[in-house]
Design a protein around this ligand. Structure first.
Ligand SMILES: Cc1cc2nc3c(=O)[nH]c(=O)nc-3n(C[C@H](O)[C@H](O)[C@H](O)COP(=O)(O)OP(=O)(O)OC[C@H]3O[C@@H](n4cnc5c(N)ncnc54)[C@H](O)[C@@H]3O)c2cc1C
Length: 396
């Protein structure tokens, strides 16, 4: 079926929303995107890692422009503090090809490719519902529109998900992630760390958590080779927890001071962040990612723990799957059933993988000081439990 004439509404115009809009338009649908935010989403300058083959596929199929800057590296380096000392010890190195992107640049690149869709900014959807004729009704800004298909790409608090999975709510993992981006001036005087980051992404293990560091394109009009340092740090929050997790943002510096080798603690402490967020880590998986005429994409369909680095990846793969399903099915309902079969299973797999990685790398951390290359490879294999992850491509 070419989806010519099919009317597709998309709730949410972020990574998943723009990717789904491209998918629908490429398959021939007439697409309308409703985005609640009035601001520029490209301002979210955090790091996103995607697998190199997916990046190549997205460029080859026209979802992304080849000119979008990326900062690829092929190795993962594991560090911890020397036993009984503060200095850093490298204890393992694994092949791990990744394509780090700047979240804002990725959004902007997808948004540009979604230009044949109608994109309404500052237009929150207030409700979606199924009509007696099997269509989907979208209400926004006091008006209502009927669609053949409605995509819920409205993030982890998705309103669309309530139609498919009423009452589903995220399960807290019991720990938090601090996510930031720093100008490279934070690495002034740390030439060895900068050189390492130019060829590898770094994991620093400590009791009760770990931190990830990698370079991303700077964005914001800078040249394609200019970089920011992105990090994600995982740990349990201090007690008592404040009502607003953002109040805990400065706590990342205490974690770094207490647990990181001093040069890495210094980098986190001295940087004037360009972006900084912290929030609880949760698990969420909708038991059905589509039920005609609705389907869910990206975080609306499920949130996996960030250790899998797969939220945006899943959203992009959701879009590729929708395009294929629309092109290859006899009706929109058949296309959505095809989508549900493939994407529900993948969401469940990633949530399980995220739980295992979180268990091994935060909830029950090993004695990092006792780890060596062989111990890391064995421990990674056990954590993966036969599952695949592009981050662990070299671990067999
Ligand atoms: C620490 C951390 C590290 C990560 N690292 C990676 C990584 O390396 N690789 C990776 O692939 N992923 C990563 N992710 C995940 C990734 O950031 C998200 O999965 C992805 O950005 C989700 O995109 P989305 O479009 O589904 O949701 P969102 O970006 O949340 O977008 C939802 C959109 O819907 C809009 N919206 C909501 N409600 C309405 C409404 N009622 N009407 C209209 N609009 C609405 C919102 O304004 C928003 O723009 C990471 C996440 C974290 C927390």
């Amino acid at each position: 079926m070419a989806a010519t004439g099919l009317r597709m509404g998309v709730v949410g115009g972020s990574i998943a929303g723009c990717a789904m809009a491209i998918a629908g338009s490429r398959a021939g649908a007439d697409v309308t995107v409703y985005e609640r935010s009035t601001g520029e989403l490209q301002d979210r300058g955090l790091g996103i890692v995607i697998p190199p083959p997916l990046h190549e596929q997205l460029v080859a199929t026209g979802y992304l422009d080849a000119a979008m800057p990326t900062a690829p590296v092929a190795t993962r380096v594991w560090l911890t503090r020397q036993p009984g000392q503060r200095s850093a010890r490298e204890f393992a190195r694994q092949p791990s090809p990744v394509t780090p992107c700047n979240w804002g640049l990725l959004w902007r690149a997808l948004r540009a490719k979604a230009d044949s869709a109608r994109y309404y900014r500052g237009r929150p959807v207030t409700s979606v519902e199924r009509t007696a004729s099997g269509h989907a009704l979208v209400r926004a800004a006091g008006a209502e529109e009927s669609y053949d298909i409605v995509v819920g790409a409205d993030g982890h608090r998705s309103l669309t998900r309530h139609v498919l999975a009423p009452g589903l709510s995220p399960s807290p993992a019991g720990y938090m992630v601090w996510r930031g981006a720093l100008p490279l001036s934070a690495l002034d005087g740390h030439q060895r760390q900068l050189e390492l980051l130019r060829s590898a992404w770094i994991t620093i293990g400590y009791p009760g958590g770990h931190g990830i560091f990698y370079l991303i394109p700077r964005g914001g009009g800078a040249g394609p080779d200019e970089r920011l340092l992105a990090y994600a740090v995982y740990a349990k929050p201090p007690a008592p927890e404040p009502g607003d997790p953002q109040e805990l943002a400065p706590y990342v510096r205490e974690i770094a001071d207490e647990h990181f080798p001093p040069e890495w603690a210094d980098i986190v402490a001295r940087g004037e962040h360009t972006s900084m967020v912290c929030h609880p880590v949760t698990d969420l998986h909708a038991p059905r990612s589509a039920d005609p005429p609705f389907l869910l994409a990206g975080d609306a369909a499920g949130v996996t723990r960030p250790h899998t680095a797969s939220g945006a990846v899943k959203a992009l793969q959701d879009a590729l799957c929708l395009e294929e399903a629309l092109r290859g099915s006899a009706s929109p309902a058949e296309a959505l059933r095809h989508y549900a079969r493939e994407r529900t299973a993948e969401g469940a797999r990633l949530m399980e993988l995220g739980r295992r990685l979180g268990g091994a790398q935060v909830e029950r951390t090993p004695d990092w000081t006792a780890m060596d290359q062989e111990a890391v490879d064995t421990w990674c294999r056990a954590t993966l439990a036969g599952s695949t992850s592009y981050l662990y491509g070299g671990v067999r």
